[in-house]
Design a protein around this ligand. Sequence first.
Ligand code: ACO
Length: 313
Amino acid sequence: MGIKIVSTGSFLPDRVLTNFDLEKMVETSDEWITARTGIRERRISEGETTSDLATEAAVRALEGRDPQEVDLIVVATATPDAFFPSTACKVQAKIENKRAIAFDISAACTGFIYALYVADSIMRTKEIDKALVIGAERFSKIMNWKDRTTCILFGDGAGAVLLKKEDNEGILGFDLGADGSYGDLLYVPSVGSNEEYPFYVRMKGNEVFKVAVRTMVESAKRVLDKSGILAEEVKLLIPHQANVRIINAVAERLGISEEKIFINLDRYGNTSAASIPIALDEAIKEGRLKKGDLVLLVAFGGGFTWGSCILRI
Ligand code: ACO
């Protein structure tokens, strides 16, 4: 018995915010943003809530299946509609499922890998046949649009996968971890803290950058080792889409060549927990992945948290 991703879906809001638009908002330039990050534009929600984005991605991943078949819904998000109910409960209501276990996971940009791990673990030990695992974010709501060091980086969107118990293994291994001592380098305070509103992203980008590269490489190597898979066997590396320089540095250190890296951050920026499931969906729809191909997912984010997953499509 194995757990397999049987279908995927993603949803991006229509409104495009380009680097040229940002030039009119803060002291920056398309040239600076493109050279330092690889990002050219991002999508911004105009009224769609995080659960709206998540629901649209989930409906696409369901591909017409009866939503009642879903036993478990896990949403990774740092930008939920509400403190409670969870975004997963809101998605459940919107797809009119009346019975699934539903809850959210908070692990910032690594959230989707954490959610995948939790869903995979529950499915292996309990009588659960199908799970929706979703990454959905509306980071535009926690941006300080006057801070050029952060507001150029992020965007909104959602991606979803449908997991199913199958005879063949799909998900082959995980490596996850966290080091909370780095918490102050990248965070958004909330009501439990003594910080004042407004609550938006605070980040020491330069320091995040260095730890991100090292940690993603170490985590990816561990998951490959644990699974007995060589880097050259990987058909596609789907990294968290934060910065093209981080991605290229990680791939180079893993010995993975350029044509095996999936990148879409030029169009969407960093969509945090949504970035990997959006990229996975696009990679499959664009024909970059075929049945049987090995895929390596690697993420890093606030916490710091990190996670890697190796799976067979
Ligand atoms: N436009 C123009 N100039 C800018 C901008 C901007 N938007 N932002 C900063 N600058 C200036 C700085 O003020 C600085 O000026 P100075 O030299 O006069 O002091 C100069 O550009 C260089 O700034 P750095 O911060 O050193 O630039 P760096 O090359 O590190 O790039 C960036 C900054 C893009 C934020 C990078 O550090 C990064 O991507 N870090 C990773 C952060 C990240 O991705 N976080 C997301 C979550 S974690 C994750 O998902 C990996």
